[in-house]
Design a protein around this ligand. Structure first.
Ligand code: AMP
Ligand code: GLY
Length: 422
């Protein structure tokens, strides 16, 4: 069969890479993709916002399964459109994607279904929000209600910082319509991890967990980004905690969505904090995480496409995992997550060893050479017997790669590697 992946980042590259390994798959297309993905797929020059064009392509090419990467097309109803055309597609409908599209909706779902989460309140009036923040004090967390490309969250350690950010969001419309409503949330302390599952209605099949690194610089300093690297497994989080999170968080969310008439099909992602009171939700996403997927899918030893098709057919998907550890490091453009220049030279990709994985996020080809074309440029991943070995190997590979004016964190995996002895 033919598979279509929608999106253009590192997450979509790993989805295409894993789909291409399936014994059921002859050809993988990615729309619009990026020039670095042609090692495993054929690019289709249709934007992810062009739902009609994508449906027409899927019909014309007899695509057997479409996988949607990013949140925006999901929130715009691309799955509804594909289903209406009778096409097989994996992702939530517009109604179900609201679990990511509105933090207020997600909070209501959690309260209604007894899902442990940070205490929070949602505001549309600046003065009421300000009074509440002053009453609660710092540290405190502010979140733009709508989508803000992973940048709509401020973890304020002082009251001044909180009030300044609140003013930016609500009075200066920092994130446009996304920050007309702001959620003010209790600050959670603990170990963070990402738990994703293949979900169809009330059926929930967890994937192995991973940990993202949201801050731009080493030691978790600097601004929040879309994610600077990830690793899996996460030995600080026990299997008992994972099992508890699946039951008290993912399964309750899936059941709550179904009860609400928004039955969820797709990848349900829970960003969790293991607090002293147990795991609590930081956020839900309606799709694979980026960069978590680049370290989770390579650990999957079973057939990804077969699992998705079985899930959609009401059968139990087979999911098996490698015991190896994987560390993935993002190389970003200088200036990211703020403004940055594009078109900078990338060299050394040929010198990367064949055992390492290179996923392209923001690159394009000019005169047959790769140049930067986004904030997150590449993710390099390597595996090992344990995280220490995987980390050593990924940083050895990174010595070969030069992205002009680029940067990467040199401590991906540090929370596991420094704390756990192997
Ligand atoms: P989000 O975009 O919701 O994932 O938030 C970005 C990052 O901010 C998270 O990955 C956490 O590191 C941090 N964060 C979000 N909410 C909280 C919270 N309630 N307490 C502590 N840290 C948080
Ligand atoms: N890495 C977090 C996300 O995909 O939202």
């Amino acid at each position: 069969m033919k598979v279509l992946v929608i999106g253009s980042g590192g997450r979509e590259h790993v989805m295409a890479w894993k789909a291409a390994q399936s014994s059921l798959v002859d050809q993988v297309f990615v729309a619009p993709g990026n020039a670095g993905m042609t090692d495993v797929s054929q690019l289709v020059p249709i934007e992810e916002s062009d739902h009609e064009g994508l449906v027409a392509f899927a019909i014309r090419e007899d695509i057997g399964l479409t996988l949607v990467g990013p949140e925006q097309p999901l929130l715009d109803g691309i799955v509804n459109r594909f289903e209406k055309a009778g096409l097989k597609v994996f992702g939530p409908t517009q109604e179900a994607a609201l679990i990511e599209g509105s933090k207020t909706f997600a909070k209501e779902l959690m309260v209604a279904n007894g899902i442990p989460a940070a205490f929070s309140k949602s505001f549309t009036d600046y003065h009421e929000a300000k009074a509440y923040v002053e009453e609660m004090g710092a540290p405190i967390v502010l979140k733009a209600d709508g989508l803000a490309a992973g940048k709509g969250v401020v973890v304020a350690m002082t009251l001044d910082e909180a009030l300044g950010s609140l003013h930016e969001m609500m009075e200066n419309n920092q994130f446009g319509a996304a920050s007309e409503r702001v959620v003010v949330e209790e600050f959670l302390e603990g170990e963070e991890f990402s738990l994703m599952a293949l979900v169809d209605g009330e059926r929930v099949y967890p994937l192995v967990i991973s940990q993202d690194h949201k801050r731009a610089f080493n030691e978790d300093k600097g601004p929040n980004t879309g994610g600077m690297g990830a690793y899996s497994p996460v030995p600080q989080i026990s299997q008992e905690i994972v099992d508890r999170s699946v039951e008290s968080i993912l399964r309750r969310a899936a059941m709550g969505m179904a009860k609400d008439g928004r039955s969820f099909t797709g990848v349900l992602y829970a960003g969790l904090m293991l607090t002293e009171q147990g795991p609590k939700v930081i956020e839900f996403n309606a799709r694979f995480g980026d960069p978590e997927t680049q370290v989770v899918l390579p650990r999957m030893t079973s057939d990804f496409v077969a699992a998705v098709l079985d899930l959609l057919d009401g059968k139990e998907p087979e999911l098996t995992w490698s015991k190896e550890a994987i560390v993935g490091v993002v190389v970003a453009s200088g200036g990211y997550p703020g403004s940055y220049e594009k078109g900078k030279a990338i060299t050394g990709l040929d010198a990367v060893s064949p055992e390492a994985l290179v996923f392209h996020a923001g690159t394009k080809l000019i005169d047959e050479s790769f140049v930067t074309d986004g904030g997150r440029v590449l993710l390099i991943a390597a595996s090992g017997q344990d995280l220490k070995e995987a980390s050593r190997s990924v940083y050895t590979e990174l010595e070969h790669i030069k992205v002009k004016d680029g940067f990467y964190r040199t401590d991906i995996g540090h929370r596991a590697i420094s704390r756990v002895s192997f």
